[in-house]
Design a protein around this ligand. Structure first.
Ligand SMILES: C[S@@+](CC[C@H](N)C(=O)[O-])C[C@H]1O[C@@H](n2cnc3c(N)ncnc32)[C@H](O)[C@@H]1O
Length: 278
């Protein structure tokens, strides 16, 4: 594997932060070396300096840039990730969304770092169960779920909604699997009709947030951990602007906006931190 020199690390680190916001600390050379090793070989570059130059000069096509971003992002995810957070979603957020849908005719959710789709589909399964329990299946038509991510390969998987044996097992009970998936060859296919209810799109959280409607719930989980403090501040400020008053921003269990934003009221549901738009 080709080693990266210190000046090359500075160049690549800057490139990566510019294009996806991922901020690499001082000692993360191995991350660039290992994740970009195949791309270096494929592009025929003999050094990271040459690779950086190639990436910069081809920025207008976006192709190499997308592949670098894809390689540098961590798409780790699972079904119903973090029991505590999903207790909140099941017991408080889902009833809130259904009440809004019933009273106002609409409710809107954004899975803002959706990865391969497990987060958005987990919520969709909870909503589906809840509307059936309430005897109001048509309420589901009034709830919009948008899933976005910067990684093209993660989004392709999310849209296909097909999972291998390893991915399907991570966090999914047998009972729910039997209800919402069927097996085809080595893959588990998520309910073909239900999956149409999530609209997936490629979106970089560094972009301006321009959406047709504001959201009632934003799941932005396990992504801000990769960003600099400056970008976190900017991100939470943009999130606040696209949340309806009283809407909730749910972060990962290891993430906090406390130091970065005054736009939210912080409370707890059991041990889960709930950030409610003031
Ligand atoms: C660790 S996964 C978290 C997935 C899911 N939210 C969860 O909690 O299981 C982080 C995701 O953030 C995405 N990501 C990283 N930087 C991003 C950016 N600037 N804009 C949008 N998505 C980004 C990655 O591609 C990756 O899929």
């Amino acid at each position: 594997m080709l080693r990266i020199t210190e000046p090359e690390y500075i160049l690549m680190k800057k490139y990566i932060e510019e294009h996806c916001g991922i901020y690499l600390e001082k000692d993360k050379e191995y991350l660039i070396e290992s994740r970009l090793a195949d791309l270096l070989v494929e592009t025929g570059c003999g050094s990271f300096q040459e690779f950086h130059l190639k990436a910069r000069s081809e920025d207008h096509t976006g192709e190499l840039r997308d592949r670098i971003v894809d390689a540098m992002t961590t798409n780790e995810t699972s079904w119903f990730r973090d029991k505590n957070a999903w207790d909140y979603l099941k017991e408080a957020a889902v009833p809130m969304l259904l009440n809004l849908a019933a009273e106002t005719g609409e409710a809107s959710v954004w899975s803002a770092a959706a990865s391969t789709g497990q987060e958005a589909y987990s919520l969709l399964m909870l909503l589906d169960e809840a509307v059936k329990e309430r005897g109001q299946p048509s309420l589901l038509d009034k709830i919009e779920i948008t899933g976005t991510d910067i990684s093209s390969s993660a989004l392709t998987s999310a849209i296909s909604a097909q999972y291998d044996n390893i991915a399907i097992k991570r966090g999914l009970d047998r009972e729910i699997r039997e209800k919402y998936f069927h097996k085809s060859g080595n893959l588990w296919l998520f309910d073909q009709e239900l999956k149409k209810r999530v609209r997936f799109e490629k979106f970089n959280l560094q972009n301006d947030f321009i959406f047709p409607d504001n959201f009632d719930l934003i799941l932005c989980r396990y992504v801000s951990i990769y960003f600099s403090d400056t970008f976190k501040r900017e991100l939470f400020s943009k999130m606040a602007k696209v949340l309806k008053p009283g809407g909730v921003l749910l972060l990962g269990a290891t993430e906090s906006l406390r130091e970065f934003s005054d736009d939210f009221e912080i409370s707890y549901y059991k041990s889960t931190v709930i950030n409610t738009r003031k």
